[in-house]
Write a protein that binds this ligand. Structure first.
Ligand SMILES: Nc1ncnc2c1ncn2[C@@H]1O[C@H](COP(=O)(O)OP(=O)(O)O)[C@@H](O)[C@H]1O
Ligand SMILES: [Mg+2]
Length: 335
């Protein structure tokens, strides 16, 4: 079946990213496969949640999606067109259309200019406002849109609270009228009491502006709230090991990695925490580098691992009934 891409569909096809760095006194070159062979399609207005522990490659996927770094191999398509084959104007449109909201708004906002300047500069630079007055009016609308008062336009970053700063990061991303937002751990540095407010704001913007989201988090509770009814990808060491509807992935995980990931969610009550059974993981050095070409990337930590898991790499296979995909040879037996 041939499906026509919408002008703002973002697609990853077998995308891989290998970082090469120098290590040790002899400056040996070391390769790190941060993202291995990832494919997905993000349609307008949809969300793809990316979950996984720290170092699993989530940010690298987000930065490639936003065009900040290039894949080592594989292709990224925007509006059906390979971004490497775009004309200058098409590429500019793609870069503006996919905006990143970082985890740390303090680091991503310029501290020496006012919030007003932070918002008016991209409006003028990219031709969304013709005069400074027009840019200022649009900036006022944007801060109101993210739930803040216009008085914050004359303030500097350090004069705002953490929650307000993150709202300004969202407003700045909106200045260039994006179609896709890559939200990389957008609430993880915020006070717990303010998180739901920001997530509700993002959901409201998604509905009213038809925005698509790549929503990155290590917190399953957060993706469950934001990505209900949408697709969730579970990443482990650069691989997608499970993919399905968010609620299903979280409440009925099928990959041996997703099960402990769910159980590792902290419980505030120590007496409940003490009664928990130990995580179903083998205790191994998970930092060790391994060649995952012909082996399951999770094999060393998996309590269900068998000989087959060291002889070939399991690919994502869809369940015939519900389409939920798992990259595990024994997913059905251990379910
Ligand atoms: N610029 C870089 N150079 C070398 N290694 C990197 C670079 N960026 C990320 N990595 C490595 O790639 C892996 C994935 O990182 P990242 O995408 O930041 O994971 P996550 O966001 O899931 O924590 C990590 O092992 C990290 O150390
Ligand atoms: Mg990250």
């Amino acid at each position: 079946m041939i499906t026509q891409s919408s002008p703002s569909t973002l697609r990853f096809k077998e995308v891989r990213k290998v970082f090469v760095s120098q290590r040790g006194i002899f400056k040996q070159l070391r390769e790190k496969v941060a993202v291995d062979n990832i494919s997905f399609t993000l349609n307008p207005g949809e969300t793809i949640g990316l979950v996984g522990e720290s170092g699993s490659g989530k940010t690298t996927v987000g930065r490639m999606a936003a065009g900040l770094i290039e894949p080592t191999s594989g292709s990224i398509y925007y509006g059906g067109k390979d971004i490497r084959q775009m004309s200058k104007d098409e590429y500019k449109n793609y870069r503006l259309s996919v905006q990143l909201v970082h985890q740390d708004p303090y680091a991503s906002l310029n501290p020496v200019i006012t919030i007003g300047q932070t918002l008016t500069a991209p409006l003028v630079q990219h031709g969304f406002a013709e005069s400074h007055d027009e840019a200022r009016t649009q900036a006022e609308e944007l801060v109101k849109r993210v739930g803040l008062g216009t008085d914050c336009l004359d303030k500097y970053t350090h004069q705002l609270s953490g929650g307000q700063r993150q709202r300004i990061s969202v407003a700045r991303a909106l200045t260039v009228k994006p179609k896709v937002i890559v939200a990389d751990e957008p609430v993880s540095m915020m006070d717990v009491s303010l998180r739901v407010g920001l997530l509700d704001l993002l959901l409201d913007l998604q509905r009213s502006l038809g925005l698509a989201f790549i929503f990155i988090t290590h917190d399953l509770g957060v993706v469950r709230y934001f990505g209900k009814g949408q697709t969730c990808l579970v990443m482990y060491r650069g691989h997608v090991v499970e993919r399905g509807e968010t609620e299903q992935v979280i409440t009925a995980p099928r990959h041996p990695y997703t099960k402990p990931l769910r159980l590792a969610v902290p419980v505030p009550d120590p007496s409940v925490a003490r009664k928990r059974s130990p995580l179903p993981l083998r205790n191994v050095d998970v930092e060790a580098e391994m060649d995952t070409n012909n082996v399951c990337p999770f094999v060393h930590s998996c309590i269900y691992a068998k000989e087959e898991c060291e002889q070939a790499k399991p690919q994502l296979v869809a369940d015939q009934d519900d389409g939920h995909e798992t990259a595990c040879f024994f997913a059905e037996q251990i379910a």
